[in-house]
Write a protein that binds this ligand. Structure first.
Ligand code: AHR
Length: 498
């Protein structure tokens, strides 16, 4: 079978926001402790940050990192994680039934973001705390000095304000598992008043209101409508969260996860615009897809199964080739909505459902899902082109008919480079991709990479860290303005042209 698309600079979706390549560091399992932070590790620097992990974070191309949760943040006291380490309290983290030493906190995270070269996205506790504590944190983090909280920061050895621009107004407060779970009205009022005060402090801050924690929760979309009615004036973004479980659906539906994400984005865009219309507002709310990934969630025994441990091994899913193809397709979906999705965070960065794995005292390595993320983050630049593929279809239980080809392309006007990202969702048949390049006369293939394997269940481990990685394909060319490429079954492909 053949699928066709056209690359034309006249048909644009929007500009690729670099914030689309975000990640997430929650105080959960081993994301922080023995993940990014492990004093005493042979590769740790003077601040205890693992430089082997920092190198991989830079290679991954992460641009934005959300912190400190997640469910963790909804009962978190930010004050516990600042000041002299020996005076910081050890606390029970009720979200993950873990013991939190607070050895790593706000100032360590900010020092780490500077080394990693990423923008911070700071989440506030609007579960068990409220506006005053959020404002105290904002003053501590962003005010230059001369006030109680800013001087406290200075006394902690941080003379300059952190200047954090992007803030999450809580996390998943629609979820009954959340400490401080709220109704949409309760949360909407609290988020609006916190946001009003934050924007009084600094109108240029960018604020993310909490959307639904998943698309299957009964309040999906009505939660967003109510929350946005309260927060429309102050919020810049509404959040979306989605995890795709390979074991919760048929294989074809799992491979079509990008279609699920696509529908979710359409639904929340429509909901936000409906509220905007009701309020007679010309403002458009952007979408922050600040938790997304493949997660074998049905293998997780739930929070109640956990024991009180420090940095336990928690949901350390090992990803295979199919999972990497799905991650590639989810990135394609995000890019296809570049006109509305202005930020996105893969959850999480290290060890916990993560592209980077580590062993305490041992090595760090790339999971299969690392590769499509790293290549997309590096090469999806400039403008997203509306490619409008024509493709054979696949029947799925969850989403009905979906196209076998899932694709997008970007055009970087500065460098002239075009990057085409494509997934073949078909589990048995290869797909011939035929791309019309006539609007780009002279474009030549400079790189063609494919991630696929005879064994779609192959994984990377500490012993075989490079078992799965993208392979170069040679000999791909253009003929009379048409690019032709073979996409193997269950594959992710990137073709760069210049
Ligand atoms: O990323 C793991 C958890 O998933 C987060 O803590 C929570 O926000 C979501 O439910």
């Amino acid at each position: 079978p053949t699928a066709r698309l056209t690359l034309d600079p006249g048909f644009r979706v929007g500009t690729v926001d670099r914030r689309l390549f975000g990640s997430f560091v929650e105080h959960m399992g081993r994301t922080v402790y023995t993940g990014i932070f492990e004093p005493g590790h042979p590769a740790a620097d003077s601040e205890g940050f693992r430089t082997d992990v920092l190198d991989l974070v830079r290679e991954l191309g992460v641009t934005l990192v959300r912190y400190p949760g997640g469910n963790f943040v909804s009962n978190h006291r930010w004050e516990d994680g600042v000041g002299p380490r020996e005076e910081r309290p050890t606390r029970l983290d009720l979200a993950w039934r873990s013991v939190e030493s607070n050895a790593f906190g706000l100032n360590e995270f900010m020092a780490w973001t500077a080394k990693a070269g990423v923008e911070p996205m700071m989440a506030l506790n609007l579960g068990t705390r409220g506006t005053p504590e959020a404002l105290a944190l904002l003053e501590y983090a962003n005010h230059p000095g001369g006030t109680a909280h800013s001087e406290l920061r200075r006394s902690h050895g941080v003379p300059d304000p952190h200047g954090i621009r992007l803030w999450c107004l809580g996390n998943e407060l629609d979820g009954p598992w959340q400490m401080g779970h709220k109704t949409a009205h309760e949360y909407g009022r609290l988020a609006a008043e916190t946001a009003r005060a934050m924007k009084r402090f600094d109108p240029s801050l960018e604020l993310v209101a909490c959307g639904s924690s998943n698309a299957d929760i009964p309040t999906f979309a009505s939660w967003e409508a109510t929350v946005l009615e309260h927060t429309y004036e102050f919020a810049d973004y509404i959040s979306l969260h989605a995890y795709y479980d390979p074991e919760a659906t048929d294989a074809d539906s799992f491979l079509a996860s990008g279609a699920g994400m696509d529908r979710m984005i359409d639904a929340i865009t429509a909901t936000a615009d409906h509220v905007g219309a009701k309020l007679r507002s010309g403002k458009k709310i952007k979408l922050s897809f600040d938790e997304w990934n493949v997660w074998y969630q049905s293998r997780f025994g739930g929070e109640d199964s956990l024991e009180w441990r420090t940095a336990p091994r928690l949901i350390e899913d090992v990803y295979d080739v199919t999972d990497a193809v799905v991650v590639g397709s989810l990135l394609i979906t995000l890019l296809r909505h570049a006109d509305r999705v202005g930020a996105a965070c893969q959850a999480q960065l290290a060890n916990v459902i993560a592209p980077i794995m580590t062993e305490p005292g041992g090595p760090a390595w790339r999971q299969t899902i690392f590769h499509p993320f790293a290549r997309t983050a590096r090469h999806a630049r400039g403008t997203v082109l509306r490619v409008e593929p024509e493709s054979p279809v696949i029947e799925t239980e969850k989403y009905g008919e979906v196209p076998a080809l899932w694709a997008t392309a970007t055009h970087d006007e500065e460098s002239g480079e075009i990057a085409l990202f494509a997934v073949n969702r078909d589990r048995t048949s290869p797909l011939t991709l035929s791309a019309d390049l006539r609007p780009f006369p002279g474009a030549r293939v400079v790189e063609h990479l494919v991630l696929a394997d005879d064994d779609p269940t192959a994984v990377n481990t500490a012993d075989h860290p490079d078992r799965v990685r993208p392979r170069p394909v040679t000999g791909t060319g253009t003929d009379d303005g048409t690019l032709t490429a073979e996409l193997p079954p269950v594959s992710w492909t990137m073709i760069r042209l210049a």
